[in-house]
Design a protein around this ligand. Structure first.
Ligand SMILES: Cc1ncc(COP(=O)(O)O)c(C=O)c1O
Length: 400
C-alpha cells in the first residue's frame, strides 16, 4: 500500500484531529526515517523530543525485548522487579527524593496539579477548594480537560467547557505580572522553562531564577514542565539548570522512553510526594515492568552517549548557521541547544508550506501555530547530518 492509499484510509477511518505532513513513515534508525516509497528523510522533529536518543535505539530495544520475554504488565496491585530500579535511577539522575510514574505527559501534569493542590490543603493550609495555580500565556501541557482549562489557546478550548477552575494566567516572561498574581491561596507556579508548542519561546534571562525566589518567598511550589525541554534537549539535562534553578516539582515524559513507549513521571522531594497515600492516585500502566526496563535503558543512553553535551555543542552551531540566512520574511530565530524555532512574518504565508518544501528536500519539520518552523532533531545527530538539514533549510528559505 502506498502513500496516497494509506493517507486515504486514515482519512476515512480516523478522526480529523491532526493535519500531518503528507508522508507515511515505515521505518526509522537514528536520525533517519524511511517512508513507504523507500525515500529516506532526516528527522528534524524527533517526535516532539520523545526520540532524543534517535529512532530504534538498539540498547533501548534490547531492554524492551528482554523485558517483553519476561512480563510487560503487572499493575500496581503487586510489586514488580523493575520499577524500583527505574525510580532509583530517575531520582538519582535528577536529584529528587521521589518519583511517581505515569504514562503520557498530560497524566504527569495532572499528577503534579493534584500534588500541588493536596500539598496546598494538607501542608500549606489553604482553605478547601480555594487553591490557585498560576500558569502562563502560551502554555501547552497536554489535552486533558483540566490541562486545557489553563490553556490560552482558543482552539484547544473551543467546545470543551465547562473548565476546571483554580487557574490564574500570568504573561509569560513578565515577572511583575506573576508577582502580582501570587496570593495566600497560591499553591504553585507552573511553567515550561522554554515553551515548545508556543513556538520555542525562550523567556528573558533570569526569569526562572526570579520565579524560584518568588515561589520560595511565598511558600509556593515551583513546578517545571520539562516534558519537551528536558533530557538534554536545550543543552542542559534540564532547561532550568541554565539558571541554576531547582523546581520543587519536575514533570517529565517523552524522551524518558526514547520513543518506545509512553512513560512520564512527576518528581519531587518527600515533603510534597508524601501527600499521596494509597488509593489517592494511580494508573493501570504507570510504572509497569516494561516501561521501567525501557526507562532505565533510555536514561542510560542519554548519559552514556553524552547527548546533552552534543545538544549544547551542535545547538550553538545550528543557531549560528540559521542566523546567517538573510531573508526579510524571517521574523526571529531563537532557541537553546538543539531546540530552535524559525518564526516567519505573516507575509510569508505560514510555516506549513516551508515544512512541505523541506519534506521534498528530505528533511522533516513541522509548523507550530501558523508561523514557526520548530527544529528539534534527535540529540544523537552528528555535525555532518546536521549540515544536511541546515543546507536544506537554507535552500528553502533562500530569497527567490
Ligand atoms: C511541555 C509539554 N507538556 C506536556 C505535554 C503533553 O504530553 P503528552 O502528549 O504525552 O500528553 C507536551 C506535549 O507536547 C509538552 O510539550
Amino acid at each position: 500500500m502506498k502513500t496516497q492509499e494509506i493517507i486515504a484510509k486514515e482519512k476515512q477511518f480516523g478522526a480529523f484531529n491532526y493535519n500531518p505532513i503528507p508522508l507515511v513513515i515505515a521505518e526509522g534508525s537514528g536520525v533517519w526515517v524511511t517512508d513507504v516509497e523507500g525515500k529516506r528523510y532526516l528527522d528534524f522533529l524527533a517526535a516532539y523530543s520523545a526520540v532524543n536518543q534517535g529512532h530504534n535505539h538498539p540498547r533501548i530495544k534490547e531492554a524492551l525485548l528482554e523485558q517483553l520475554e519476561r512480563i510487560p504488565l503487572t499493575s500496581r496491585a503487586f510489586h514488580n522487579d523493575q520499577m524500583g530500579m527505574f525510580l532509583e535511577k530517575l531520582c538519582t539522575m535528577t536529584g529528587y527524593e521521589k518519583a511517581l510514574p505515569m504514562n503520557t505527559g498530560a497524566e504527569a501534569v495532572e499528577t503534579a496539579i493534584k500534588a500541588a493542590r493536596k500539598w496546598g490543603y494538607k501542608i500549606k493550609g489553604v482553605p478547601e477548594n480555594k487553591a490557585e495555580i498560576i500558569a502562563f500565556t502560551g502554555n501547552f501541557s497536554g489535552r486533558t480537560t483540566t490541562v486545557i482549562s489553563f490553556s490560552t489557546e482558543d482552539q484547544y478550548r473551543d467546545g470543551y467547557g465547562p473548565f476546571t477552575p483554580g487557574f490564574v494566567i500570568a504573561e509569560y516572561g513578565d515577572y511583575e505580572d506573576v508577582a502580582n498574581k501570587v496570593n495566600e491561596n497560591t499553591v504553585a507556579i507552573f511553567i515550561e522553562p522554554v515553551q515548545g508548542e508556543a513556538g520555542v519561546i525562550v523567556p528573558p534571562e533570569g526569569y526562572l531564577k526570579q520565579l524560584r525566589e518568588l515561589a520560595t518567598a511565598n511558600n509556593v511550589l515551583l513546578i517545571a514542565d520539562e516534558i519537551q525541554s528536558g533530557f538534554g534537549r536545550t543543552g542542559k539535562f534540564f532547561c532550568c539548570e541554565h539558571e541554576g534553578v531547582r523546581p520543587d516539582v519536575l514533570v517529565v515524559g517523552k524522551a524518558l522512553s526514547g520513543g518506545y513507549y509512553p512513560i512520564s513521571a512527576m518528581l519531587s522531594d518527600d515533603d510534597v510526594m508524601r501527600v499521596f497515600t494509597p488509593g489517592d492516585h494511580g494508573s493501570t500502566f504507570g510504572g509497569n515492568p516494561l516501561a521501567s526496563a525501557i526507562g532505565i535503558a533510555a536514561l542510560d543512553v542519554l548519559v552514556d552517549e553524552n547527548l546533552t553535551e552534543n545538544s549544547a555543542r551542535l545547538g550553538e552551531y545550528l543557531l549560528e548557521q540559521l542566523k546567517t540566512i538573510a531573508n526579510p520574511l524571517i521574523k526571529d530565530i531563537r532557541g537553546k541547544g538543539l531546540f530552535v524555532g524559525i518564526e516567519l512574518k505573516p507575509e510569508a504565508g505560514g510555516a506549513r508550506k516551508y515544512c512541505e518544501m523541506l519534506m521534498h528536500e528530505g528533511v522533516l519539520c513541522k509548523e507550530t501555530h501558523e508561523d514557526t518552523i520548530r527544529i528539534a532533531p534527535p540529540l544523537t545527530i552528528t555535525k555532518e547530518e546536521l549540515d544536511i538539514g541546515i543546507t536544506a533549510i537554507k535552500k528553502v528559505l533562500a530569497v527567490k
